[in-house]
Design a protein around this ligand. Sequence first.
Ligand SMILES: [Fe+2]
Length: 236
Amino acid sequence: MSNHPAAMPHGPIEEIADGVFWVQGSIQLAPGMRLSRNMVIVRSGNDLTVASPVRLSEDGETELEKLGSVRHAVKLGVFHGVDDAYYLERFGATYWALPDGARPQDPTPQQVLRPDSLPIPDAELFEYQDSKEKEGALLIRRAGGILISCDAVQNWPDTKGCSLPAKLAAHLIGFRRRRAQIGPPWLKKMTPDGGSLKADFERLAKLDFAHLIGAHGAPLRDTAREDLQATIEATF
Ligand SMILES: [Fe+2]
């Protein structure tokens, strides 16, 4: 096994609905600054697709393998990817990313995420068109629609999984201003000079979903689409 980053503390694998699961892990951004970080697992038959991979403990991997076989790893956002190579090596997963969606430090994608080519049969791809760097989302057509986001839209009902300094930072950064929050640092980094990502988010809010899970925070159930519409009103 190559020298991959070790597993960080994480919670249990929990089902959001209909074979879509999430697990809250974490990432050490700086000394003392440990931020929650989520992986989403989608089961299709016996195949598992992991989105925004997070390395789990040995016990966590045992639980993961009880759900099925990890066949696909999906990179949705440019800033996540520290555990992607681990999943390819440990599980032999196929690596998917948007066109030009992987960074030099990421593995080379084996498959390109396109509207007509996705690892999950009942999924729909959303790609931000105006962002400075690549980011996408997956809509799983189950349980009224489950939107899997990376950094662009997050939901922080609490600051579980964060160290104390990171809890304070999450408040200060504005992650907890409202449900279905557009990540303020992400928005700043990704908005072109003199441009706006409003049209992208309006397009996103037209998709048919009831639930949302982002790469930080926790799932938002039932009202996710309305909450995102309110966020767009408040943000732009
Ligand atoms: Fe992130």
